[in-house]
Ligand binder design. Sequence first.
Ligand code: PEP
Ligand code: MG
Length: 592
Amino acid sequence: MITDQDRKTFVLKGIGVSPGIVIGKAYLFDPSDIQFSFYKLENPALIPKEVQRFKNALKESERQLLEIRENLKKTKINEPLYVLDVHILILKDKKFVSRTTKYIQRLGINAEWAVRMMLDRYKKIFDGVEDTYIRGRISDIQYVTQRVLRNLAGRKRETIWEIGDGVIVIAQDISPADTAQMKMEKVIGFATDIGGWTSHTAIVARSMEIPAVAGLDNITSMVHTTDVVIVDGTAGVVIVNPYPEVLQRYEEKRLHYDAVKEEYLKDAKLPAVTLDKYPVQIGGNIEFIEEIKTAVAHGAEYIGLYRTEFIYINSKHLPTEEDHFNNYSQVVEAKELLWSTIRTFDLGGDKFPSNQKPIRELNPQMGLRAIRFCLKEIGLFKTQLRAIWRASAIGKVKILFPMISGVEEIREAKRLLKETRDELVAEGIKVAAKMEIGAMIEVPSAVVIADKLAEEVDFFSIGTNDLIQYALAIDRANEHMTYLYEPLHPAVLRLLKRVVDVAHEANIRVAMCGEMAGDPMCCLILLGMELDELSMSHLAIPRIKRIIRQSTLKEAKSLLKKAMSFGAASDVRAYVQGYMIQHFPREFQKED
Ligand code: PEP
Ligand code: MG
């Protein structure tokens, strides 16, 4: 029993993976302080029985996961079922089973201890992996071993039923299977020890629009069930047992946030047309198909960037053509979307399929990545191209090639695209008559030869995340360099303006899908350049649309002209910021 004196107040900083503020009662899900007994078997005669006990727990765990899988299929919750498949595969992994059995047999220890030793062994292996994403996948093994341990102990899953409404789930990580077992209508927030933007918790939270903070290290050992918790998924902060004045401040913040969100969502689906009738098409960027629904609800008219590399990164095996096709079908079948822009995988550099060894490169961002990697790994590339063509027969697809730095690359990509189409047609497989082809403009050389690239493609999509890092020589992932990462740098503005002008001269459309497209401070500058399409994270859409609807192309053009007259990036920023805050005060209100 926890008394009020036991309740300590503290603030934890993690990674905000799903925005919003919620205040509720903590529910410690699968607490890490569950004590399992570890002991040596009294005599060797008990070993076969212990092995059998382990095997029974495996069977029971598999049965439970299959049941959850079936139930999940029937619900409207669209979390990826593949995670459950992965968990079932781990349970059945021959090495996992045989090594654990050997620990019991050779060391004469109980099954719980043997399972724990296996987990420690995996942890050591995963700790040595450089790729942070793959390293993070230890959570799948932890999840499975916890389930086996619980079944060994004959424990039933704790239920969330008793806590009441407005529950904030505190857990090590939360998998889709967990959510299937929770009464999700009672859950208003998540806070987890591990994970980041691509962790299961994050995917689930975003697709359900539940505020969440991940990567809190050891919140599960600090929070008790029924503690009062504030989760600020926007700031990445969790406050446990807040003082009354903090609670009051957050209550106001929450109300403000909810009101703003509601107001934004109310008109989120209205088109982004300026007061002088200039239309900008607004799309959504997605990494997972689960995000489509949210993107549409926030006003996305189409998918402007589907980063397909996550299909590889999330998969334990190399995705087959069928895997790709099933995935893309779900995107193109979304009726609310005008079209879906599927970007071919941007792997290499620091992102590799889970079963491939990363190539050690001194400078991976400038190494064998994206289209360069695709043109080297033609088999992998064509598998994806085939699936994209097949999806094109179901709904409108545009294809986008990343990291184009020269004409040869786009020509070779197009050649392979045509070759793939010819093969499919010869096999009698349905494909679209035509698919629009786009080049990402994210390498400075592509800007310089944009006129030549425009002859090769149907549209451009500017990837400012990379373009800025290459143009300003600033590593986009280096937190010490962020002070120099300036989208409003005069050099960046000139590069962007050139791309738009060249595209329009060549009569092709030009989009932007880098983070700059969703930055409200840059909105009028981009409008002034006359970009045709802006694609961004769903969270940015309502505000960008509102700003566009309140402005005119004329004023945007004169703001751009003035901004481009400065030589110093700081002067551009000061001028644009001053203008935006003065003309759109409501959109730049401080939240506290
Ligand atoms: C970009 O570089 O701006 C972009 C959209 O691609 P990514 O962020 O996936 O590199
Ligand atoms: Mg990029």
